[in-house]
Design a binder for this molecule. Structure first.
Ligand code: WT7
Length: 585
């Protein structure tokens, strides 16, 4: 089950604490007290639907603020440091998302239909997601970097009826392979449009400024986020409207968001962090958000904090490590004193990066552990609670996460086991789209949601993430399934067989390494390696392309044909391969 042995006593002896002053002013004042008394039902009262019975996320995130004291408050600050520098109030977003709702309605898009959102990180991306919510349809965000195969898999599985995109990205949407896809809405197309294409700007200009939200129930669909597992193609985690209860409360207690904050979530809405905490959490709380377009650039990141006086910052360990490797001189000219809290998600934050961040900003990033499937943060460090540096944290009040053996029995401290969560938290996915069997796999240990991670608990009840129990790869915080990469690799004419693993890497957490057996007539060479990696880049996505390739005679498989990634990992480390009695001849 676990890939690496754990040295339990080192957790007892070598650990350093991040201590909190008793007077700290945090939204969550007393963790232990909250664990005793907190009830999710009480959070429901924070939403208008608890009185009206009428549910739609766009009402709770936008319209109710636009109708109240936050009407002219900036909801979204946006710049790409190039051609655009904009701000949108809650009232602006109400009008824009109403218009976009009309655009979809006119095309015949209905409640429950899926709408692909394939856009770069611009204000239109946020308007498109929220405008889709307004008519009760279900957005399917498609990360900007995805190439044709990845787009086809996701639009075809979700049977999206429309897709919002740009003329440049459109080339990666294989229309003939997508019979359900009836309409493209093109942002920035100018006048040149095909018969089944709509120009975003033209359609928005003519649309009315108000559209009443489609009123939904708690169980109606919110969003589908595709994510990767260790087997098969990517799977669509379907969330429900009720998830907003979880987004709201975790944004309040773990991110510690307040009305006066300027909040910067660096995640793209193509991934769940960019929606749960880039849209739903902050905006149900009525907090101002910063979004920047363009590529990662250390100088610009510090500049963003200074420019907007960012007070709460939510990013990922890879980003913090990239800032660290860019050096201490870069932040020097910038005023970072507006920051008051920082959180981290996606992979474990190593103590070195945490300490470096503390040196530069004065603040230790607080871990938040969760998954696409959990929809919201589950295990966190909290502003008012002491934590041990390097640990993942404690379960969010009202949730129960723990470590169990393969039969579901809870393990004593310092024993490595499955990290599991007791089902019933508000943002748990409702289904895997089109795939009930995959959904059931998450509950294979009776009574628990099985995360696929391994962990252990210490004597003080803190949880320590230890790794994945399966072959899922985390590279630069992004989740990649080895099967998807292997499928892309074997489509290359020179590749006979391919096996893919995550290889530990100091900055990216893991990098993708491929073991490839070539077809007859092809000779190993560096040029061929580059060509094969480039092939994955253009067909799947740049972040899914192998950074390392090793040519081998044969990819090790079991007699039933399953790739033995355990053997590949041992080869990579130059270690003995262990028991290979199940390996094919
Ligand atoms: C996997 C989920 C949902 C947020 C973005 C990632 C790993 C996530 C942590 C953390 C160690 C973490 C786990 C998890 N992970 N947060 N704080 N410490 N590992 O979502 O792409 O669905 O990936 O990310 O392995 O299972 P995701």
């Amino acid at each position: 089950m676990a890939n690496q042995p754990v040295d339990a006593p080192s957790l007892l002896t070598n650990v350093e604490w991040e201590r909190k002053p008793p007077s700290i002013d945090a939204n969550l004042k007393d963790y232990a007290e909250a664990c005793r008394t907190f009830r999710w039902e009480d959070v429901e009262r924070e939403f208008d639907w608890s009185r009206t019975g009428k549910i739609n996320i766009v009402h709770e995130a936008i319209d109710r603020h636009a109708a109240g004291t936050r009407r002219d408050k900036v909801a979204l600050y946006y710049t790409d440091y190039d051609t655009r520098d904009e701000r949108y109030t809650f009232d602006d977003l109400k009008r824009h998302t109403s218009k976009f709702g009309h655009v979809l309605k006119r095309l015949g898009v209905k409640r429950g239909d899926r709408v692909g959102i394939f856009l770069p990180r611009t204000p239109e991306l946020y308007v498109a997601i929220l405008g889709t919510h307004r008519i009760g349809a279900i957005p399917v965000p498609l990360f900007e970097a995805f190439m044709e195969q990845a787009i086809q898999d996701r639009l075809s599985d979700s049977a999206a009826i429309a897709c919002v995109t740009t003329p440049a990205l459109k080339a990666r949407i294989p229309r003939p392979a997508l019979p359900a896809l009836k309409h493209l809405i093109l942002v920035g197309a100018g006048g040149t449009l095909a018969a089944d294409e709509v120009g975003y700007e033209q359609a928005m200009a003519g649309a009315p400024e108000w559209l009443e939200p489609e009123w939904l129930t708690k169980d109606d669909g919110l969003i589908i986020h595709y994510t990767s597992g260790s087997t098969g193609k990517s799977k669509g985690a379907l969330h429900r409207q009720y998830a907003m209860v979880g987004h709201y409360q975790t944004a309040k207690w773990a991110l510690d968001l307040r009305d006066e904050d300027i909040y910067w979530c660096t995640a793209d809405p193509g991934w769940v962090t960019g929606t749960s905490y880039g849209i739903y959490g902050p905006w149900t709380l009525g907090v101002s958000s910063v979004v920047i377009g363009g590529r990662f650039d250390p100088d610009r990141w510090y500049q963003t904090i200074q420019k907007y006086r960012v007070s709460m910052w939510y990013s990922a360990p890879t980003a913090y490590r990239m800032l660290m490797s860019a050096g201490e001189a870069i932040p020097k000219p910038y005023d970072l004193s507006s920051l008051r809290h920082i959180c981290s998600v996606g992979e474990p934050l190593n103590p070195e990066a945490l300490k470096w961040m503390k040196k530069i900003t004065g603040l230790a990033p607080h871990e938040t552990w969760w998954m696409t499937e959990t929809g919201m943060q589950i295990i966190c460090n909290y502003r008012s609670l002491d934590f041990k540096i390097g640990c993942t944290g404690k379960p969010f009040p009202g949730t129960y996460a723990t470590v169990v053996d393969d039969q579901g029995k809870e393990l004593p401290p310092f024993e490595l086991g499955n990290l599991v969560v007791k089902p019933g938290w508000p943002s748990m996915m409702k289904a895997i789209w089109n795939n009930p069997a995959k959904f059931d796999e998450y509950f294979r240990i009776p009574g628990w949601y099985v995360s696929g991670d391994t962990a252990m608990k210490d004597a003080d009840g803190y949880l320590w993430y230890q790794g994945r129990a399966d072959d899922v790869i985390k590279t630069a915080g992004e989740r990649v399934g080895p099967f998807e990469v292997e499928s892309a690799l074997v489509a290359h004419p020179a590749v006979a067989e391919a096996g893919v693993i995550g290889k530990p890497d100091a900055v990216r957490g893991q990098i993708i390494k491929a073991f490839i057996a070539l077809r007859k007539g092809h000779e190993p060479s560096d040029a061929l390696k580059q060509q094969i990696a480039g092939f994955v880049k253009t067909n799947l996505a740049a972040h899914a392309a192998p950074r390392e390739i090793a040519f081998v005679e044969k990819v090790p498989k079991t007699r039933s044909g399953k790739i033995m990634r355990r053997v590949l990992r041992a080869w990579d480390r130059g270690e003995p391969v262990g028991d290979i009695s199940t390996m094919e001849e």
